[in-house]
Design a protein. Structure first.
Length: 131
């Protein structure tokens, strides 16, 4: 996603890279984190899904502890909360309000096309509108 973002920025003449990539625990992948950091973008990915009382076995020390420490700061926690407020409502709107809880097609190209159609037809209507 960071590579795609950098390509899009480059296409419109922006030479700066994103300062920090923020993601939930499902995106934790050591090699990809190293690649993103190597490209000049910081990474904040919570190693825990938030449902666990203790860290997963083997997910302690090093980068795991650092991510937990950064997430516990006002700055890191604030960034992570902003991610939830920006990203999650899009999926909630799609899944709950539009009742699109699964994709009908399979394969990367087909799913990409279906997702683009879904997002292109999203309307911004209030509960009192007559759409």
């Amino acid at each position: 996603m960071i590579e795609a973002t950098n390509k899009e920025l480059e296409a419109i003449g922006v030479t700066d890279t994103p300062g920090v990539a923020v993601a939930d625990s499902g995106y934790w992948h050591e090699q990809q984190i190293d690649t993103v950091i190597g490209g000049g973008t910081g990474v904040l990915i919570a190693p825990d899904a938030g449902k666990r009382a203790t860290p997963r076995r083997g997910w302690t020390g090093g980068r795991y502890t650092r991510m937990r420490t950064v997430s516990a700061t006002d700055y890191g926690g604030g960034l992570y909360r902003r991610r939830k407020a920006i990203v999650e409502p899009v999926f909630a709107q799609t899944k709950h309000n539009r009742r699109i809880d699964s994709l009908q097609r399979r394969g990367r190209s087909a799913v990409r096309s279906e997702w683009r159609l879904i997002t292109a037809t999203t309307t911004c209507s209030s509960p009192t509108s007559t759409n």
